[in-house]
Design a protein around this ligand. Structure first.
Ligand SMILES: [Zn+2]
Ligand SMILES: [Zn+2]
Length: 242
C-alpha cells in the first residue's frame, strides 16, 4: 500500500501507532484514538511527550527501544478505559478548535501593516509608489492624484509588501484592507491586475525591468465620487508639503 487517507483509516481503528509527526498526531487525536508514538526524529519526541502527558497514549517508545514486548506493553496501556476516554475527550476539544481561523488571524498579525498603508488613506493598502511624489498610493489615490495632467507623467511603480508564494487574489487584497480598517469610501473597481507570484520584500518597489512589475502595470480605471476625490486631493496637498 502506498498511502491511505487518515480520515478514512482512523475511524476504523481502535488505536493508532505512528511516528508522531505533527500532522499524523493531529489526525489520530482528532479521530479520538489512543495514540502510541514511536518517534525517531525531530519534533516527533515532543509530540510523543505531549500525547502521553495529555493521557491519550503511553510514554513514547523511541524507535531504538521498540521491541515486540515494548510495543505490546504500549498497546495494552493504550487500550485501557482511561486512555480511551481521554482520547475521546481530546478529539471533542480538537474538533471545536477553529485552527484555520486562528492561523489566518496570526498571518495578518505578522504583516508589516504600518509600512503597507496608502500615504493618503491609512485604511487602504498601498499598491503604487510614485518616485516624483515620493509617496505610496492605493489604486484609488494613485488614479485621482495622477489624472491631473501636470502629474500624469510621474514615474510610478508597483509596490510589493511581502514575499508571496501564492498569486495575489482579489479576496486576499480585500482581507488585507479589512485588516487595516474600514475603507475611506469609493469603490475600487479593479478587475484586479493579475498579480504574479510577486517576489517582493516588505515595502519594496518593483522596478519596471522586474518581470513581476510588468504584470502589475495594467491599471484599470477607478470609480470615485466627487467627495472622495476632493478628500484625496486635499490629503495629497497636505502630504506633499510635509
Ligand atoms: Zn506622483
Ligand atoms: Zn489611497
Amino acid at each position: 500500500m502506498d498511502e491511505i487517507p487518515h480520515d478514512w483509516l482512523f475511524p476504523r481503528c481502535a488505536a493508532a501507532c505512528h511516528h508522531g509527526g505533527a500532522g499524523t498526531t493531529a489526525a489520530s487525536l482528532r479521530s479520538g484514538l489512543p495514540t502510541i508514538i514511536v518517534p525517531f526524529f525531530g519534533d516527533q519526541y515532543f509530540w510523543g511527550r505531549i500525547v502521553s502527558e495529555a493521557g491519550a497514549g503511553p510514554t513514547p517508545v523511541p524507535i531504538g527501544s521498540l521491541t515486540a514486548e515494548t510495543l505490546a506493553e504500549a498497546i495494552r496501556f493504550a487500550l485501557g478505559p482511561k486512555v480511551r476516554e481521554r482520547a475521546r475527550d481530546l478529539s471533542r476539544k480538537v474538533k471545536t478548535q477553529q485552527g484555520d481561523e486562528e492561523t489566518v488571524a496570526s498571518f495578518y498579525r505578522r504583516l508589516p501593516l504600518e509600512a503597507m498603508r496608502c500615504s493618503l488613506d491609512a485604511n487602504r493598502v498601498a499598491r503604487r509608489a510614485c518616485e516624483t511624489c515620493a509617496l505610496a498610493f492605493c489604486l484609488i489615490c494613485d488614479a485621482v492624484v495622477h489624472e491631473d495632467a501636470a502629474r500624469a507623467q510621474h514615474r510610478r511603480h508597483p509596490l510589493g509588501h511581502v514575499e508571496w508564494d501564492v498569486s495575489g487574489s482579489p479576496s486576499l487584497l480585500e482581507r488585507l484592507e479589512r485588516s487595516l480598517a474600514d475603507p475611506l469610501g469609493g469603490s475600487e473597481e479593479t478587475a484586479p491586475d493579475r498579480e504574479p507570484s510577486a517576489k517582493s520584500s516588505p515595502g519594496v518597489v518593483l522596478r519596471d525591468e522586474d518581470p513581476a512589475a510588468r504584470l502589475y502595470v495594467r491599471s484599470t480605471p477607478v470609480v470615485v465620487d466627487l467627495a472622495t476625490r476632493a478628500k484625496i486631493l486635499e490629503r495629497f496637498e497636505a502630504a506633499r508639503h510635509c
